[in-house]
Design a binder for this molecule. Structure first.
Ligand SMILES: [Zn+2]
Length: 578
């Protein structure tokens, strides 16, 4: 027998959770054609995997790389994903999806997407529909496999523009029509970003109507929920209700938990700081992960009541998103230019600042100054740090809080924030964390989430041309494996691999991926478990991990003995399949 690649003597972990075993693997025409003792089989490319772990390629189900795949040099931009063993990504998360740019509303949609992408998409975007987007990717070639969700924010803007109200029946119908078409064309489901404008203007009824369409196409409903704080249980109730009423699977996006108690924000804020001091300095092993256990118990209850529910988490203690998400929704009404014009006025700033620190986060949000996740009120000014700006004159701000920036510029923190938004034309990305970056206490609060059998780690990758990226864009999967399966020994390596291969494939209904078996697509990651690890952190994020040696996508070597082959565009567009 002759084949394209033989992997010899590898220690195989097949993704199902089954115990590892040693075997050879033969790959031909993009698929695994045989396993077992393949001594007589020849191949052009022979990989000696003795004492190495051979497993399915890692699947990242929460990503925003759909912004970056159609642009120039996409292989260079996406290299950090290959270097950490990723072979498949699912884009279009949190309501933002770049596959859908309806002609009549393209400018508004592009401005909305550029909030996250951080670069102008006008030159790149040559499509209006998901089908055209997929064709474009197939024509140009793809570094890795990509599937995408249809974003609720994109759909809503297409139907109504940016409005701070519920949709009228006509607009709702229009939006449903867009979603139907997107599903027909191969999107995997619907993503929502209910913390963001305009997603936060929707109500549960709106989401349920969209869920009914998802049901017809066998898709998934994912949600960046309205709140991850004291009203998180209501957020979970809401997405569960959509799942239950429509009979569709629900994926909660990047689960974490921000402690807050209404009226006593300063107490919770200081308790968190005190906890961090006791844990990090006095070495008192405070089991802060217990805080998430109540939330997980709620998810388990939903699951016992028949809703197919899972969640993802990002293995870092600092989240990241666009700065507008931290201002009251009324600031964003209309166009971005409108918002920035308003923010220039002193009186308007006064009102916004008052609302941020005096109006309690509330549920449900309908109008006015309330919204479900008023993060700055929960953490104070120290909770935000600048991640990325466009203007080279402002890059010194990256990594700093607005208090630190304000001091340098002799401005109050909120004026520094507003001035920066205006200078950057609204495109400012920030890290958010209640404590200092990379705080082990904050990370520990997520442990029980990672240990849950239905959770998967994800990168939440947003690749911007400039700024300080999150370390997880470089080390998410190696960090997850080495922390939980090696350093803490809290889970077996087989379980860690299951959570980044077969489980995400099952959640996203990806056919013949995520498992190492005869007939499956040959997406493989080969690593040295002893060497696997990361040196990346908040301050030095752009460091490739150790131990990832080979990455094979659809039967072609993209990483060979640590060497990245950027011209091998072996990725495929993954369309929804019935
Ligand atoms: Zn999100």
């Amino acid at each position: 027998m002759n084949c394209d690649i033989i992997i010899r003597n590898g220690t195989v972990i097949d993704g199902t959770g089954k115990k590892r075993f040693v075997t050879d693997i033969a790959i031909k025409d993009g698929k695994i054609i045989e396993t077992g003792n393949l001594e007589g089989v020849s191949a052009q490319n022979i990989i000696d995997a003795k004492n190495k772990i051979v497993c399915p390629g890692f699947i990242d189900i929460h990503s925003h790389v759909d912004f970056s795949v159609a642009g120039p040099n996409h292989a260079d931009k996406l290299k950090p994903l290959i270097m950490q063993g990723v072979t498949t990504v699912i884009g279009g998360n949190c309501g933002y999806s770049s596959c859908l740019i309806p002609e009549h509303n393209s400018n508004m949609t592009l401005t909305y997407l550029e909030n996250l992408s951080g670069e102008s998409l006008k030159k790149t975007v040559t499509w209006n529909t998901p089908a055209q987007f997929f064709n474009k990717l197939e024509d140009q070639g793809l570094l890795l496999n990509l599937g995408t969700l249809a974003g609720h924010g994109s759909l809503r803007i297409a139907a109504s523009g940016l409005v701070t109200r519920l949709l009228n029946p006509e607009e709702q119908k229009l939006m449903e029509g867009y979603l139907e078409k997107a599903m027909e064309m191969g999107c995997l489901g619907l993503s929502t970003g209910l913390q963001y404008f305009p997603g936060l203007q929707s109500d549960t009824a709106e989401l349920t109507k969209l869920g009914a369409i998802i049901k017809r196409y066998g898709g998934i409903f994912t949600s960046h929920m309205r709140s991850y704080s004291h009203t998180i249980d209501r957020s979970i109730d809401e997405v569960s209700e959509v799942g239950r009423r429509c009979g569709i699977p629900v994926q909660i996006s990047h689960l974490y938990w921000q402690p807050y108690s209404k009226g006593f924000g300063w107490i919770t804020r200081n308790a968190v700081k005190l906890g961090s001091y006791a844990y990090n300095k006095l070495k008192i092993p405070i089991p802060v992960e217990k805080g998430l256990e109540g939330i997980i118990a709620l998810i388990d209850k939903v699951s016992r009541n028949g809703v197919d529910i899972a969640f993802d988490l990002v293995p870092t203690s600092q989240g990241f998103t666009e700065l507008f998400a931290f201002l009251p929704p009324y600031v964003s009404e209309g166009s971005k230019a409108d918002a920035l014009t308003r923010l220039a006025y002193k009186d308007f700033r006064k009102r916004v600042l008052y609302d941020i620190f005096n109006v309690e986060p509330d549920w449900p949000h309908s109008s006015g100054a309330t919204w479900s996740f008023n993060y700055l009120k929960m953490t104070g000014w120290e909770g935000l740090r600048v991640m990325a700006v466009m203007n080279p004159d402002n890059t010194w701000m990256e990594g700093l809080t607005f208090v630190e920036i304000g001091k340098m510029l002799s401005k109050k923190p909120f004026d520094a924030l507003c001035d920066l938004l205006i200078e950057e034309k609204g495109q400012v990305m920030v890290f958010h964390t209640p404590l200092k970056p990379d705080d082990p206490f904050a990370f520990r609060s997520m442990w029980s989430g990672f240990m849950h059998p239905n959770s998967v780690p994800a990168t939440d990758t947003i690749l911007r041309p400039i700024g300080r990226p999150s370390h997880v864009f470089y080390d998410c999967f190696p960090r997850f494996i080495s922390f939980f399966a090696k350093e803490k020994k809290m889970m077996s390596l087989e379980e860690a691999v299951r959570k980044i291969t077969a489980l995400p494939a099952q959640i996203m209904r990806l056919k013949d991926r995520g498992m190492l078996k005869k007939g499956a697509y040959a997406d493989k990651t080969i690593f040295d478990f002893d060497r696997l690890g990361t040196k990346a952190d908040f301050y030095q994020p752009c460091v490739f991990p150790d131990g990832i040696e080979h990455v094979i996508i659809n039967g072609q070597s993209v990483l060979h003995s640590g060497e990245f082959k950027k011209d091998v565009l072996a990725g495929a567009v993954i369309r929804r399949s019935n």
